[in-house]
Design a protein around this ligand. Structure first.
Ligand code: NAP
Length: 237
């Protein structure tokens, strides 16, 4: 498989896993539509890439998916791949959880992913080719005390992804999920110190996830890696 000239939309591109994936696939000659809220970071990233445009916006804005599709079509005439990756992680025990933040997380991690998916899949199905990769998590496979709402969003991503995979089998459009374990990004920056992960239990780098996304995209058309779980080798859970 050759990724040269393929057009990839990345949500959550302004930092962490999304930004690392853009930088890695830039070496393959991929063309990018990048999105996130932070316009400055998107601009800085786009300037480092060979071919990239960006559309700054909140992923929960229902008008954004169509604008992203149009950005791909007007700039690059096509859309081949989508990396549905924007996400937040709010946690907290029953007494302390910020319920409004949890409900907003549901909108970012699942509702927005659903909106982006249908907009892009309708286009890809009509062109008879495409690849949608959703960012799930180890937390989409296993529950942990105190992160139930985050678990819920990622279990939902898993269910949605697998149902789409089956629905689209044979259409030329492939759907899969990447399932990162703990990865050193800004996702936990707002957590209190005592909730942070123990570094002795290992931490992936965003480039480790980018390499796995690239692996999924590089499979020949008749092959699909529907789920790819990647965790630090030292992680005991
Ligand atoms: N880090 C981990 O250990 C880990 C493990 C498993 C799964 N994941 C998943 O990996 C994905 C990427 O996270 P990350 O670890 O790379 O963290 P990150 O560096 O914080 O990246 C999150 C991205 O999501 C975007 N985003 C958040 N809220 C948004 C909103 N309302 N509208 C538009 N964009 C929004 C952010 O962009 P702006 O701030 O510019 O809006 C940012 O680009 C998430 O889905 C996360 O759940 C991470």
């Amino acid at each position: 498989m050759d990724l040269t000239g393929k057009v990839l939309l990345i949500t959550g591109a302004s930092s962490g896993i999304g930004a690392a994936t853009a930088k890695m696939l830039d070496q393959d000659g991929v063309l990018f539509v990048l999105t996130g809220r932070n316009e400055q970071k998107l601009g800085e990233l786009a300037a480092q890439l060979q071919h990239a445009v960006f559309v700054a916006g909140d992923i929960t804005d229902p008008s954004l998916p169509e604008r992203l599709l149009q950005a791909a079509l007007s700039n690059f005439k096509r859309l081949d791949y989508v990396f549905n990756n924007a996400g937040v992680m709010h946690i907290g025990n029953v007494e302390e959880a910020d319920v409004e933040a949890l409900c907003h997380m549901v909108r970012v991690n699942f509702e927005a992913l659903v909106r982006v998916s249908y907009t892009m899949l309708r286009h890809m199905k009509s062109q008879g080719s495409g690849f949608l990769i959703n960012t799930s998590s180890l937390a989409g496979l296993k529950t942990f005390p105190g992160i139930g709402a985050y678990n819920g969003t990622k279990f939902a991503v898993e269910a949605f992804t697998d149902a789409l995979r089956m629905e689209l089998a044979g259409s030329g459009v492939r759907v899969g999920a990447i399932e990162p374990g703990r990865t050193d990004t800004g996702l936990f920056d707002h957590w209190p110190e005592e909730k942070r992960f123990d570094p002795a239990e290992g931490m992936l780098q965003p480039e480790d996830i980018a390499r796995c996304v690239r692996f999924m995209l590089l499979q020949p058309e008749e092959v699909l890696v529907p789920r790819l779980l990647v965790v630090p080798s030292k992680q005991p859970r």
